[in-house]
Design a protein around this ligand. Structure first.
Ligand SMILES: Cc1cc2ncn([C@H]3O[C@H](COP(=O)(O)O)[C@@H](O)[C@H]3O)c2cc1C
Ligand SMILES: O=C(O)c1cccnc1
Length: 350
């Protein structure tokens, strides 16, 4: 893989901005701490921007990484793989869940075909393709990707981030579309954090109890198939991930290296963030958590990062929707620090 992706990411060296943020927050016209988590977000924005007060978070861009997953054929999802390509059409027509939220919150959305199985159902010609392959490997019986494919996907992701940054972005979001993708996401989180299949398996699109047992078994099979090879993060991604997830990892690392903050979404996004931070230690300093997903692996991974999600609405849609729904709160965090009066200006002390 391109060498600029691997290796540590310099932490925000903007401690002065973070300290200034804390001081200003404490001085605003409110009781100490009264803006709760919005205060933490405001301090994070100052740290990642290196400025206090922070610049407004006007330009928010989301990229949806679409791809199919061979493991879906083994019955790990409540929906068939054909839905992936159908949803790509919905993103293009701007009628998907994330499209509606993005329109409301003025977020630009781009959908990219990384590994959609377009033999199953054709995807429209107008979709942007960064095609690595048609569907990733069935991870319980084979690697998701070859060595060349994981490199290609990571590099595509970095290129996609560069395109988004060139368009102008104060905040980036990575979204996912791919029936079956909560299975590789759970595998990546389990392998990264040393968790068991039982701890990470969730219901995804809504499988029943029997489906959950089966999915847990498939995840167990994938984890034991890969064994110690999972200790290297790129190999973890190659063996247990997918092309679309690898591209999203490249995207996250490139955003962090460029010093642009990212709002994470659900279990897929957080699994990608764990791998990104393992490949490029320190990348997570640029990440905030948009929401808490009911997928158990997501909450466990957020805990490991020490990230408190902004929203906790039981959203389990993916597509970047939970992050997009949290955008107004991030914007508020910047604005209160910029525009609120200081208490000392209102109540002069003698
Ligand atoms: C209509 C529809 C739209 C979606 N949009 C996102 N997902 C989400 O659900 C899938 C993951 O869950 P699982 O692992 O259980 O398949 C992914 O496609 C994810 O993006 C959707 C799922 C469906 C059915
Ligand atoms: O956590 C998520 O983002 C999620 C959960 C279920 C299905 N798709 C996505």
């Amino acid at each position: 893989m391109s060498e600029q992706l691997r290796g540590p990411v310099a932490p925000p060296s903007q401690e002065a901005a973070a300290a200034a943020a804390r001081e200003r927050l404490d001085g605003l016209a409110k009781p100490l701490g009264a803006l709760g988590q919005i205060e933490d977000l405001a301090a994070w924005l100052c740290a990642v921007q290196g400025e206090c007060p922070p610049r407004p978070v006007d330009r928010v861009r989301a990229v949806i990484f679409a791809g199919d997953h061979g493991v879906t054929k083994s019955g790990v999802s409540a929906y068939p793989a054909e839905v992936t390509a159908a949803m790509v059409r919905a993103f293009l027509a701007q009628v998907a869940g994330v499209s509606v939220l993005a329109r409301q919150h003025d977020v630009a959305v781009r959908v990219l075909d990384i590994a959609v199985d377009d033999e199953l159902v054709g995807v429209p010609a107008e979709v942007t393709r960064y095609k690595v392959r048609r569907s990733s490997g069935a991870i319980h019986i084979e690697d998701a990707l070859s060595v060349d494919e994981v490199t290609m996907a990571l590099d595509y992701g970095a290129q996609i981030a560069a395109e988004e940054l060139a368009a102008g972005a104060d905040l980036l979001i990575g979204g996912d579309m791919g029936i079956g993708n909560t299975t590789p996401a759970a595998c990546l989180i389990a392998a990264s954090l040393g968790l068991s299949a039982a701890e990470v398996t969730g219901r995804g699109t809504g499988i029943d109890d029997a489906g959950l047992m089966h999915k847990r078994h498939i995840i167990e099979q994938a984890l034991s198939r890969v064994g110690d090879r999972a200790s290297d993060p790129v190999e973890r991604l190659q063996a247990l991930g997918s092309a679309d997830m690898a591209a999203a990892v490249g995207f996250l690392i490139a955003a962090a290296r460029a010093g642009v903050p990212v709002l994470l979404d659900g279990v897929i996004s957080v699994a990608e963030a764990i791998i990104a931070d393992a490949i490029a230690p320190g990348a997570a300093m640029w990440f905030a958590a948009g929401h808490r997903s009911p997928e158990p692996a997501q909450a466990l991974a957020l805990e490991k990062f020490g990230l408190t999600p902004i929203l906790d609405l039981g959203l389990r849609l993916g597509e970047g929707s939970g992050a997009v729904a949290a955008v107004p709160i991030v914007r508020s965090a910047a604005l209160v620090l910029r525009d609120m009066a200081l208490l000392s200006d209102l109540v002069p002390s003698d």
